[in-house]
Design a binder for this molecule. Sequence first.
Ligand code: CMP
Length: 143
Amino acid sequence: MAIQRTLSIIKPDAVSKNCIGKIISRFEDNGLSVVASRFHKLSTCEAESFYSVHKERSFFRDLINFMISGPVFIQVLEGENAVQINRNIMGDTDPKKAKKGTIRADFADSIDANAVHGSDSEENAKNEIAFFFSEMEIHSHKL
Ligand code: CMP
């Protein structure tokens, strides 16, 4: 399986609960490496643009209001099969349905405040990474 990159966002709920380190440990313990990261407070415009695929959904306004409610911690993760591995580690979008031991089962409170976002395909990962990071800010470090 090829080395891939994926975008991960630790959302305002998990940041405010002081869970950044615990969540990053889950990625590292499952073979993924953080190769870029940034703390950021999303503007309304940035959040709407990032989540534009959902703009017709009934939850769009709540999603945007939640994502701008506090700082987020954004990372590029790298590793074998990174997109799917990250999705497995995150668990179901709805924490009530997420398997025990996944990030959302352990740290999330609701489908809105669900602790993390992760790219859902390799193509979307490329677009989402480019939304936040230039190639110069991404540093592969595995020997
Ligand atoms: P995320 O992976 O960041 O992608 C879109 C977000 O919309 C999702 O996580 C949820 O936090 C939020 N959301 C709220 N309601 C729904 C829903 N019914 N289906 C999917 N996503 C939802």
